[in-house]
Design a protein around this ligand. Structure first.
Ligand SMILES: Cc1cc2nc3c(=O)[nH]c(=O)nc-3n(C[C@H](O)[C@H](O)[C@H](O)COP(=O)(O)O)c2cc1C
Length: 177
C-alpha cells in the first residue's frame, strides 16, 4: 500500500508528528503546499495532518477536494491542537463540524496534542489568541475546561509526544497486513 504523510504546519508541532509517523511507517512525506493532483494519484493512502484553528482542521477541505478529483486514495486525518486529548466532548464537536456524518464513518481520524508557540506564530494568530484569552478572562461561570484553557494559553508550551502516534500507527498496520 503506497502511503504518504502530507502535513500543514505553521509552528512545527504537526510537522514533528508527521515526521514521527513517516519514520514509523517508512513511507513518503510531503508538505501540503508541494502536493498536487498528479502526485496524489500515485498513493493508495494519504495521511493528512494539520493544526486545529478555531475549531477547524486547517486545509482539510482542500485535501478532501484534491483527493475527490484525483483518483481514489484512502484518507486518514490527524489533527494537532493545544487542548489535551482528554477534552473528549470538545473534540467530538470538532470532528462533527469538520466532517459530514458519512465522512466521519469512512475517514479514520486521530487527535495528537501539540502545544503553543507564540514566537513562531504569525501576527494575526497572536492577535486571535489574545482576543480568545481576553474573552475567556471576562467570561463568567467558566467550566473546568475553560479554567484550564485560560491557564494553559498564557504562554508557550510543548505537550507533544511520540507515543501519541501509536493509535494511528496501529490502525495503519491493521489495514496493510
Ligand atoms: C488562532 C489560533 C487558533 C487555535 N485554535 C485551536 C483550537 O480550536 N483547538 C485547539 O486545540 N488548538 C487550537 N490552536 C492551537 C494550535 O492548533 C496548536 O498550536 C497546533 O499544535 C499548531 O500546529 P502547528 O505547529 O503544526 O502549526 C489554535 C492556535 C491559534 C494560533
Amino acid at each position: 500500500m503506497k502511503t504518504i504523510v502530507v502535513y500543514k504546519s505553521k509552528t512545527g508541532f504537526t510537522k514533528r508528528y508527521a515526521e514521527w509517523i513517516a519514520d514509523e511507517l517508512k513511507c513518503d512525506i510531503s508538505e501540503y503546499k508541494n502536493i498536487s493532483g498528479t502526485s496524489v494519484v500515485r498513493y493508495d493512502l494519504i495521511i493528512f495532518g494539520s493544526r486545529l484553528h478555531a475549531g477547524r482542521i486547517d486545509g482539510l477541505d482542500k485535501i478532501k477536494e484534491l483527493i475527490a478529483h484525483n483518483g481514489n486514495s484512502d484518507l486518514i486525518v490527524f489533527a494537532t491542537g493545544a487542548m489535551p486529548a482528554a477534552a473528549e466532548n470538545t473534540l467530538e464537536e470538532i470532528w462533527r463540524s469538520n466532517f459530514t456524518e458519512d465522512e466521519l464513518n469512512k475517514t479514520p481520524h486521530f487527535y495528537m496534542q501539540g502545544g503553543l508557540d507564540y514566537e513562531k506564530m504569525g501576527m494575526f494568530d497572536r492577535f486571535l489568541m489574545k482576543a480568545f484569552a481576553t474573552a475567556l478572562r471576562k467570561k463568567r461561570n467558566k467550566t473546568q475546561e475553560e479554567i484550564s484553557t485560560e491557564q494553559a494559553i498564557k504562554s508557550s508550551f510543548d505537550a507533544s509526544s511520540r507515543e501519541y502516534i501509536a493509535p494511528l500507527i496501529q490502525y495503519v498496520n491493521s489495514i496493510i497486513t
